[in-house]
Design a protein around this ligand. Structure first.
Ligand SMILES: NC(=[NH2+])NCCC[C@H](N)C(=O)O
Length: 492
């Protein structure tokens, strides 16, 4: 047996490398719903980017826990295989799923942000800086700041995320309920990490916490010099408010897709500004990180939010997307208009796609439709020779396409090529998947098959795994949103 190589083991453990959307997922960041989600009030729900208040216990026990089990089964099976009956025995009070609890799974493959934060808070210097920054942003009193500094790291981590002190009685600042959407906290571009700059106030504390984690946690030590932080334009603070927008950098992970090692896809959306995209292109070309950047401008509407709410990749040769932004959808919508009037009248006319190449400065290619770009990626970047398959939200039947997009039918996370996780409420989209030859199976049933030895994760192919989603979908994000891949292999 070769000698155990500690250095090599650490390098693998801390590997940060994402160059694809669909190869085998090896490591990711997540955050399971914390008590802050159970404190969202109807009057604040919209400000905090939820469409409704959620029932926390149902969301955790009946929904998110299945996500955790699935991720562990595929990425870190030793923690769960053959153990689910014991893990889920009511006697164990879900302790396996509770960050900070001695029985917490603590996986180094399915990495919990709260655990990283707790570890980071053991460093006195970082702890003082981070607490001071959060207290400044949240505008709390000096005495609260002092009290926070007295807490032990586990309790402090929990408080900084949930906004509530450990006795769970005193809310000292707002929760950050969107931290469950780990996709938006940062972006891995090959071996670099691009920091998020959220568009909404409700997500500022998340970005602050993650900045400290990426720059200070030993886990990211090896790539610290490869963290990219983009700034607003020079003197942006001198501009009039109404002019600030176009010179403002806001960017969120849902608008970024590493589709191939040489090719980054970026969205201009409600959350990511054109100015930010311009800075990103410069940053990745200057560092020679990719050869191509494709930019997709989508209508700035709440329903669409990020590009990953309107399409995601399933296999090298298969994508799921929203019909009204597809070739047929846009053509149908425009047909009855004079061309120039269509541009004025139709929201989907905002859809525009450009491709920039590092070596060909000034030369920009345009794509008329989303399918054209996606076909180009499949065939030219990923070597697909035959047809490229498109699965449409709601099976492209009116009005199910829009209804199911709203509940994240287009926001899928690939665990491996062709094995994707989606929400169980999107029936028509599931039908569309069946029509192109996919199996559709509930997460609970699949886990049961694993537990009784009927199936192994490696044997699963071309499958849409359905996650219970009545509560999760009210938070407006799907499985892709709930994951930030740190390491993904190339599709085999
Ligand atoms: N990558 C995504 N699509 N993330 C979805 C985030 C949802 C969250 N409620 C927000 O509005 O910010």
């Amino acid at each position: 047996m070769p000698a155990y190589d500690q250095e090599q083991e650490t390098a693998i453990c801390n590997k940060v490398m994402v160059s694809h959307e669909v190869g085998r997922l090896r490591r990711l960041l997540v955050h399971s719903p914390d008590s802050g989600l159970g404190k969202v009030t109807p009057s604040k729900a919209q400000d905090w980017l939820f469409e409704d208040i959620v029932h926390l216990d149902t969301m955790r026990r009946d929904e998110y826990d299945y996500f955790t089990k699935l991720l562990l089964y595929f990425l870190d099976p030793d923690r769960v295989a053959g153990k689910l009956a014991a893990i889920d025995d009511p006697i164990n009070r879900r302790n396996f799923y509770k960050p900070g609890h001695p029985q917490f799974h603590g996986s180094d493959r399915v990495v919990e942000i709260q655990q990283l934060l707790t570890e980071l808070l053991q460093d006195e210097v970082v702890r003082t800086k981070l607490v001071a920054s959060i207290c400044a942003v949240e505008n709390v009193s000096y005495s609260v700041q002092e009290a926070l500094l007295m807490m032990d790291a586990t309790l402090l981590g929990r408080t900084l995320i949930s906004g509530t002190t450990p006795d769970d009685k005193r809310m000292i600042f707002a929760p950050i309920p969107n931290l469950i959407f780990a996709r938006d906290v940062g972006i891995v571009i090959n071996d670099h990490i691009l920091l998020n700059k959220p568009a909404r106030q409700a997500r500022m504390r998340e970005a602050l916490i993650m900045k400290y984690i990426f720059f200070n946690h030993p886990y990211f030590e090896s790539c610290r010099r490869r963290v990219i932080e983009l700034a607003d334009s020079k003197h942006h603070f001198l501009h009039h408010d109404k002019d600030v927008d176009y010179k403002h950098v806001t960017l969120e992970g849902g608008d970024f897709m590493m589709v191939a090692p040489n090719h980054l896809v970026v969205g201009i959306s409600e959350r990511t500004t054109a100015y930010a995209v311009n800075q990103v292109i410069k940053a990745v070309f200057d560092r020679e990180l990719v050869d191509k950047v494709s930019v997709i401008r989508i209508p700035k509407k709440r329903d669409y939010m990020h590009i990953d709410t309107v399409f995601t990749q399933v296999r090298r040769d298969c994508w799921v997307l929203l019909g009204s932004l597809s070739k047929r959808g846009v053509e149908l919508e425009t047909r009855e208009f004079y061309r120039t009037l269509a541009e004025e009248a139709l929201p989907n006319h905002e859809l525009k796609i450009w491709q920039f190449e590092r070596e060909k400065e000034g030369k920009t290619k345009e794509f008329a439709y989303l399918e054209d770009l996606l076909t180009d990626i499949s065939q030219n970047d990923l070597g697909v020779e035959g047809e490229v398959a498109f699965v449409y939200s709601g099976n492209n039947e009116y009005p199910f396409g829009d209804r199911e997009q709203w509940t994240d039918s287009c926001n899928l996370l690939a665990l491996r090529e062709g094995v994707v996780v989606g929400y169980d409420r999107n029936d028509k989209t599931a039908e569309a998947f069946r029509n192109v030859g996919f199996d559709v199976i509930d997460a609970a049933e699949l886990l049961h098959h694993f537990e009784i030895g009927m199936l192994t994760p490696d044997a699963v192919t071309n499958t849409l795994i359905m996650l219970p989603s009545a509560e999760l979908s009210r938070a407006r994000g799907g499985s892709r949103c709930m994951s930030m891949p740190l390491w993904r292999e190339a599709p085999e």
